[in-house]
Design a protein around this ligand. Structure first.
Ligand code: LRH
Ligand code: MN
Length: 397
């Protein structure tokens, strides 16, 4: 592939960062606080703007309604804050899991007060999305049960179908709903949207502007995620990704830290969809969904964005003519070697050139560290926290 062609593809490759990736997060065993962690939406947008300033490929930020907006907030003010930091607000994530009323679920719950509460919250989330001109309503639900017999699975499915259809129809023109699946946690017997097939069916039923969101951490061990991606792409039912990495379960570790070849294979299927199967992938939402419990959060986000660019560039460099020829000759080794050659090629000098071509430092991490931003915000935020009398709320992010 010509260098310019690759650089054009890199120009189009945007990764959305999650507001919650900049905040102190933990596991059920605790949360290790970081002085530079962001607590307010203003601080999260400032950090997101910093990541975009050094990487050049993270122009939008996904927000989580209950973690980023207090009741009655002027959403347009948030849009203005984002603009000042050189980013825009991306996906709107309603929170259908942290309120007490969701003990038996949200839209799937047998408790009609919980369903009404969920409905009100999603309608508020859509209104915020409309005010922010957000292109995406990203729906993940923790709904499920912990014991066989606890509730009727089909009755829950029927409640869910009605709710998703209602939410789909309430979205303004131009907004797309993403339905995210997850096999377990926090539910440990059944989860109402447990896999890609259920999300596909529910999205299809909800309406034409509903697609499936693939969170790379939401698969049982040994699942072939790139096959799910290829299948959904060919069905025009893939809406986007939550990228992260894991060794065991939904560990939300940084992308490519455990299995970079797996991410490369996903990007490979996306390039196949375009180059071999004439699919339009321009509306695919590439988003990060990670919790940086130990790594410095902004460095982890810069590292993730750079890794995503690297693995995407490698996937663009697969010689698909040679691949198709080897596949036609059923020469497995030659076919596999076309992927391995691309995967093992060092694209970092090319990416440094792409950055310099955009007036950025070829080494984003080095430039960020030299900026002293981390130490500056750490002292500012520690002072702000001290003034507010210590640790922020108990919410997850
Ligand atoms: C659920 C999930 C979902 C978000 C949350 C932060 O595990 O992947 O996408 O709402 O993480
Ligand atoms: Mn997710």
């Amino acid at each position: 592939m010509e260098r310019d062609e690759l650089f054009n593809l890199l120009d189009e490759f945007k990764i959305e960062t999650p507001s919650w990736g900049y905040a102190d997060t933990g596991t059920r065993f605790g949360k290790f606080l970081q002085p530079a962690a962001a607590a307010t939406i203003e601080e999260k947008l400032a950090d997101a703007g910093t990541v975009h300033r050094y990487t050049g490929c993270c122009p939008s930020v996904a927000v989580h309604v209950l973690w980023d907006f207090s009741v009655g907030v002027d959403a347009s003010q948030t849009a203005e804050t984002a603009r000042k930091n050189g980013v825009s607000i991306g996906a709107i994530n309603p929170n259908l899991f942290q309120d007490q009323i969701y003990k038996f679920g949200s839209a799937c719950s047998g408790d009609d007060r919980a369903r009404a509460h969920a409905n009100r919250h999603v309608m508020e989330s859509i209104a915020i999305g409309k005010a922010l001109k957000s292109p995406l309503l990203s729906v993940w639900m923790a709904d499920g049960t912990n014991y066989p017999g606890q509730d009727d699975i089909v009755s829950r499915k029927r409640r869910l179908e009605g709710a998703l259809r209602q939410w789909h129809d309430a979205m303004p023109e131009g907004m797309t709903m993403l339905v995210e699946y997850k096999p377990f946690e926090p539910a440990f017997y059944h989860t109402d949207i447990a896999d890609w097939g259920m999300a596909y069916t529910l999205a299809r039923q909800a309406g034409p502007r509903a697609k499936v969101l693939v969170d790379t951490g939401h698969h049982l061990p040994a699942t072939n995620v790139e096959q799910i991606v290829a299948f959904l792409l060919d069905e025009d039912m893939l809406g986007g990704f939550h990228f992260n990495d894991r060794k065991f379960a939904d560990d939300d570790l940084t992308l490519g830290s455990m299995d970079p070849y797996a991410v490369f294979r996903i990007f490979h299927e996306i390039r196949n969809a375009v180059e071999l199967h004439q699919k339009d992938v321009s509306r695919l939402a590439y988003m990060i969904d990670q919790s940086h419990n130990l790594k410095p959060k902004i460095e982890a986000m810069i590292q993730t964005a750079m890794t995503a660019q690297e693995l995407y560039a490698k996937a663009c460099l697969v010689d698909r003519k040679r691949l198709q020829d080897a596949q036609a000759r059923m020469n497995i080794v030659d076919a596999e070697e076309t992927l391995r050659t691309a995967f093992f090629s060092d694209v970092r000098p090319l990416l440094a050139e792409w950055r310099e071509g955009h007036g950025l430092d070829g080494d984003p991490m080095g430039a960020y560290r030299a900026s002293g931003y981390e130490a500056k915000v750490a002292s500012e935020r520690e002072a702000a926290r001290a003034q507010k009398g210590g640790q922020s709320s108990g919410a997850y992010a």
